[in-house]
Design a protein around this ligand. Structure first.
Ligand SMILES: [Zn+2]
Length: 136
């Protein structure tokens, strides 16, 4: 065995060098994660909104806008079901507004624009007046 190989200084130098390599590797991993996060947050649409009312310019924003659209669609379906229940209970029930439907006050507004849902007087169908929600 050579004295240089087993000396305390050589081992100490190697240990601090390894610690430095671990630190550099960790910083590189953190930097890559930060770059990927920024790319993910900014999205690939170049700031173009995903929804017709201007919501969803980022990937995260588009996901949030889609979730809000689904909440609105769910509300519209609940109001339609409440209207069907009310019509089976009262034969000639024809409400002029959604708020006249029993139990519909908690789901009578669009969660995005807070507009009250409308009832078509001729067909009796319920729709959301918010831009992009016309087909719900
Ligand atoms: Zn809506």
């Amino acid at each position: 065995m050579s004295g240089e190989f087993c000396s305390g200084e050589a081992v100490k130098g190697r240990s601090s060098r390894r610690r430095g390599q671990t630190l550099v590797a960790s910083l590189i991993v953190i930097a890559i994660i930060m770059i990927l996060t920024v790319v993910y947050m900014r999205g690939t649409g170049g700031g173009k909104p995903a929804k017709p009312d201007g919501r969803g310019t980022t990937t995260m924003g588009a996901a949030k806008a889609s979730a809000e659209d689904i909440a609105c669609q769910s509300n519209v379906n609940q109001v339609r079901q409440l209207l069907m229940v009310a019509k089976t209970s009262y034969d000639s029930f024809k409400p002029a507004t959604v708020d006249e439907i029993p139990g519909a006050t908690s789901v009578s507004k669009c969660p995005v624009g807070k507009e009250t849902y409308t009832i078509d007087p001729e067909s009796g169908e319920i729709h959301c007046p918010h831009l992009g929600h016309e087909k719900f």
